[in-house]
Design a protein around this ligand. Structure first.
Ligand code: SF4
Length: 504
């Protein structure tokens, strides 16, 4: 059973300043939760090391001091054919491209066999949104995996894929949630165990419509997870930041996750009381900065490349201010996120006169570096008081920032990674084996422990037989380049330059 902080619905202490130690004491003890305004102020004004100390204190309160975890899984990207055109993506291909692929079931079985041979316990299987694959392709794949590898946990099909399954398979149902549930029931019966949080990016509507061309909106994404939770399934949530958005958009994203998690935890508690059937929830959150290499969005100029821009407001901040979530650090629309049907903002119709840089929205990027990553991750630990696990993103940030992230609120180092094709297409090259992951965790002052998908501990590495403590020659265990299924090449046209037809 996944571990989750209890649903305590702590009060917000709006009258306290974000930098007030009394407020943060209450937050790390689970007695108060941050408001969006307080979170935005913390992001902008709290020194990084201090923010890290508070996030670490909250992490230690939930996970104690000694154990930090990892999982042995394998990313399997079953197809790169995709009918969306996300501008941050270097992975997708059109059907018919010379390097387009869809893996056969037999190839996927072979990859899982290799995983099992090194002690792996789960696969993370995601792909492009490929209209050529019928529902039977997925159900037969899942059935065959469970037949050959009954102990392997299948963590697969992110919300954007699920939404396209609804479009491709036209299931019965009066609402989107009904249709998603119809598909999910069939996948779950065939062997799907849980859903990954891919495709979260940034939930804020103006940002999402600029970068996620053809990908589902935030409400659909959250509805898929809500449907999965209603079937007793556990899911994760993600955020990709450091592109065209402002920090207020990141806080809004976390706010949506927290609000919808509140609803799922309430139903979980109803289920425990015997009034409803078992209910799932989010078990983890992981965030990472946008990787620009080979992507259309990566060719967008950096904000401040022309120094005169730096005296003005970053376009993403201007638009966040205009759609009010980040205005003066508060949500001026009243209702908490998660109680609104959707956060829709008409960027095309906004009054540009009060936001002089808004016309550059989507035409400038503000990339994140290591410190912005650590700041954002630390904030996520403090804001997401109802999410058990915060993952460090060494895949994108590199092993050593991943290690440092354990002191900035992360309790989990993610996966020993045999293969990854999506972010590595955009320039990431890190690949770590189990001894290195354990070495990094131990070097950060913790005991490494292998976990499963639901964060149960499988092995604690405390003695001389530990994977890292058996190594005598580290030269064979350095971070190395990942295997890629497809060669690097971008086939996505740059479409963010126009605010009109390309806006969504
Ligand atoms: S990121 Fe977007 S374009 Fe790339 S594979 Fe996923 S849905 Fe398709």
């Amino acid at each position: 059973m996944p571990h989750t902080p209890p649903l305590s619905s702590p009060a917000t202490l709006d009258h306290l300043d974000a930098l007030d130690a009394g407020l943060l004491d209450a937050v790390i003890n689970g007695a108060a939760r941050l408001t969006p305004a307080q979170a935005i102020k913390l992001y902008h004004q709290m020194p990084l090391s201090e923010l890290g100390r508070w996030a670490d204190a909250r992490c230690r309160r939930l996970h104690a001091d000694h154990i930090r975890t990892y999982v042995i899984d394998r990313n399997i990207n079953y197809t790169n054919v995709c009918n969306a055109r996300c501008t941050f993506c270097a992975f997708r291909r059109d059907e018919g491209d010379s390097d387009a692929y869809t893996l056969s079931h037999e190839t996927i079985h072979q990859k899982i066999a290799e995983l099992v041979a090194i002690g792996g316990t789960q696969i993370l299987m995601q792909g492009g949104m490929n209209p050529a694959l019928p529902l039977s392709w997925y159900t037969e794949l899942l059935t065959s995996i469970k037949s050959k590898f009954p102990r392997v946990h299948v963590h697969a099909f992110s919300p954007p894929e699920m939404i396209e399954f609804v479009h491709f398979f036209d299931p019965p149902g009066a609402t989107l949630e009904d249709k998603v549930r119809w598909v999910l029931v069939r996948l779950k019966d065939a062997g799907l165990d849980s859903l990954p949080g891919g495709g979260g990016e940034i939930f804020a509507d103006p940002v999402r419509r600029k970068i996620g061309l053809g990908k589902c909106d935030a409400e659909s994404w959250l509805t898929v997870m809500h449907a999965a939770h209603s079937l007793g399934m556990f899911t994760s949530a993600t955020m990709m930041f450091g592109h065209i958005e402002g920090p207020a958009d990141r806080v809004h994203h976390m706010d949506m996750v927290r609000s919808w998690q509140d609803k799922s935890l309430a139903r979980r508690d109803d289920a425990r009381a015997g009034t409803t059937s078992p209910h799932g929830h989010y078990v983890s959150f992981i965030s990472w900065p946008f990787q620009r290499e080979n992507t259309p969005l990566g060719r967008v100029p950096d904000w401040g490349a022309d120094e005169r821009e730096l005296a003005q407001e970053f376009p993403g901040d201007a638009v966040a201010r205009a759609w009010a979530f980040g205005a003066a650090g508060s949500d001026q629309r009243g209702a908490p996120a998660g109680q609104r049907a959707a956060d829709v903002f008409n960027y095309d119709a906004m009054d540009r006169s009060a936001y002089p840089t808004a016309n550059l929205f989507g035409k400038r990027v503000r990339m994140s570096g290591s410190t912005d990553y650590l700041r954002t991750q630390a904030l996520s630990r403090l804001y997401l008081d109802n999410i058990y696990s915060i993952g460090a993103s060494w895949v994108t940030m590199g092993p050593h920032i991943g290690q440092v992230a354990l002191a900035y609120g992360a309790n989990d180092m993610g996966s020993v990674m045999m293969e990854e094709n999506v972010v590595s297409s955009a320039g990431t090259t890190y690949c770590l084996d189990e001894p290195v992951l354990c070495h990094l965790i131990r070097g950060a002052g913790h005991l490494p422990a292998q976990r499963n998908n639901t964060y149960d501990i499988l092995k604690i590495h405390s003695d001389a037989s530990s994977p890292d403590l058996r190594v005598t020659d580290w030269s064979a265990h350095r971070a190395r380049k990942m295997h890629q299924q497809a060669p690097k090449q971008s086939k996505v046209a740059l479409t963010v330059a126009s605010a009109g037809a390309t806006n969504g």
